[in-house]
Design a protein around this ligand. Structure first.
Ligand SMILES: [Zn+2]
Length: 156
């Protein structure tokens, strides 16, 4: 299947999601060795999950299918340019490439504006809209120390 056809599959998921009233107009697929191994559609409102963006759902589906936590040699096709959360998820999943159809500007025009998140990320932590403060009880270092000393941890 060509890049173009894979992208059409992602767009089809997005369109069906709107038609079936299942969620926002976003779809994504994960491809490995020319095969679709993961599918995702936006399910924020139907699953009451603000993280259920198409790309995250597709990554979860693909990882479940591959039984791994990394998408080595995989490509993600998404109907729209990923938001900052999904970009983060994509970096953690480590696919080899990402392709998108609509741009974030297209999404902003219909009410899905993630520009404020990019702006928030650039601000020093103390100036962000949602307060983020460090709290340091004496046990704070324990998880890291225990991890560092663990002999049988699965690194990623
Ligand atoms: Zn997203």
């Amino acid at each position: 299947m060509s890049d173009f056809l894979f992208m059409e599959k992602a767009i089809e998921l997005a369109l069906n999601n709107v038609i079936t009233r299942h969620g926002g107009p976003f779809g994504a697929i994960v491809v490995k060795d020319g095969k679709i191994i993961g599918r995702g559609r936006n399910e924020v409102t139907t699953s009451n999950d603000p993280t259920a963006h198409a790309e995250v759902q597709a990554i979860r589906d693909a990882c479940k299918h591959l039984n791994t936590f990394q998408l080595d040699d995989c490509e993600i096709y998404t109907s729209c340019e990923p938001c900052p959360m999904c970009i983060g998820a994509i970096y953690w999943a480590r696919p080899k490439a990402v392709y998108y159809a609509a741009t974030k500007q297209d999404a902003a025009k219909i009410g899905f504006d993630d520009q404020f998140i990019y702006e928030q990320l650039e601000l020093p932590v103390e100036l962000r809209k949602i307060p983020m403060k460090q709290i340091s009880p004496s046990t704070g270092a324990l998880p890291f120390k225990t991890w560092e000393n663990s002999q049988d941890k699965v690194e990623y």
